[in-house]
Structures are given as structure tokens and as C-alpha cells.
Design a binder for this molecule. Structure first.
Ligand code: DQA
Length: 149
């Protein structure tokens, strides 16, 4: 059993109420429940967090360095602004999957660049909240593959 961190950036606490045409009607609590269910089916545990503060996300990444096997992260708007989150992720050795509920490439050009993608092993965008499930599955698969020397 491994511990997977699922981290969420700013404004995702409003999921379900915030621009539902873009982000859907599911709340973050619904997403968390689905993630917990899937993780336990896959034999893993998750630590699920959301913050509107960049430093908290960085602190959770540092925590994951100690006890986390993988990270699924939706950095939200910090995706496009945060070199500090990229630097933190670069200190983490396990698999990292970046999630966006919406298809950021179909949206404004300022959403097309991601600092986090410079580190992410995979990026899922535009598949709605199902992206979290796919991200957890991918981390679980990557954890099974022995690391190359
Ligand atoms: C988002 C996309 C970001 O551009 C935006 O700032 C968000 C959410 C998504 O999940 O689609 O807050 O990461």
C-alpha cells in the first residue's frame, strides 16, 4: 500500500458552484469521495488537500517527499504562474500527474502555458473530474513499474 497525494489549487473549493458550465456540478467533496474509493480499490491510500495559498501546496509537496509515493495535482491558476510549485515538484522523486478539469488548450491563451508540465509525467485536461480517477490509476500503474537505474 502506498500513499498518493491529491493536491488542489485555488478556487477549487468552489467546485460545483464555480462556473459549472466549465467545471461541472460535482463538488470537491464528491471528487474526494471518488478518489478515496478508487484508491482503496487499487490498494492505496490518499491524502487529499485543497488550498488557496501557494505555500500550503508547496508544504504538502515537501511532506510528500517524506511519505508520499506519487502526486496527482490540479494546481488550478497556479499552473500558469508558479515557478515555486514547479521547483517543489522537481524535488519529488515519484510519479506526478497534472490534472485540469477543463481543456485549458481550448481556452484563453494565458492558460496554455503550464509551469507544472515541465515536471509532470503526464497531463490530463478536459476530461472533467474523471481526470482525477485517471490520474490516480496512472500513478498506481507507474508505482508498479520498477524504476530504471
Ligand atoms: C483548471 C484550469 C485553470 O486554468 C484554472 O485556473 C483553474 C482550474 C482546471 O481544472 O480546468 O482554476 O486547473
Amino acid at each position: 500500500m502506498s500513499l498518493i497525494y491529491v493536491l488542489n489549487g485555488p478556487n477549487l473549493n468552489l467546485l460545483g458552484k464555480r462556473q459549472p458550465r466549465i467545471y461541472g456540478h460535482e463538488t470537491l467533496a464528491d471528487v474526494e469521495a471518488d478518489c478515496r474509493k478508487l484508491a482503496s480499490e487499487l490498494g492505496h491510500e490518499i491524502r487529499f488537500h485543497q488550498s488557496n495559498r501557494e505555500y500550503e501546496i508547496i508544504d504538502w509537496i515537501h511532506e510528500a517527499r517524506e511519505d508520499g509515493a506519487g502526486i496527482v495535482i490540479n494546481p488550478a491558476a497556479f499552473t500558469h504562474t508558479s515557478l515555486a510549485i514547479l521547483d517543489a515538484l522537481n524535488t519529488f522523486e515519484g510519479p506526478v500527474i497534472e490534472i485540469h478539469i477543463s481543456n485549458v488548450h481550448k481556452r484563453e491563451s494565458f492558460r496554455h502555458h503550464s509551469f507544472v508540465s515541465h515536471r509532470a509525467d503526464g497531463v490530463i485536461a478536459g476530461l472533467g473530474t474523471e481526470g482525477y480517477q485517471l490520474g490516480i490509476r496512472r500513478v498506481a500503474t507507474m508505482l508498479k513499474v520498477p524504476k530504471k537505474e
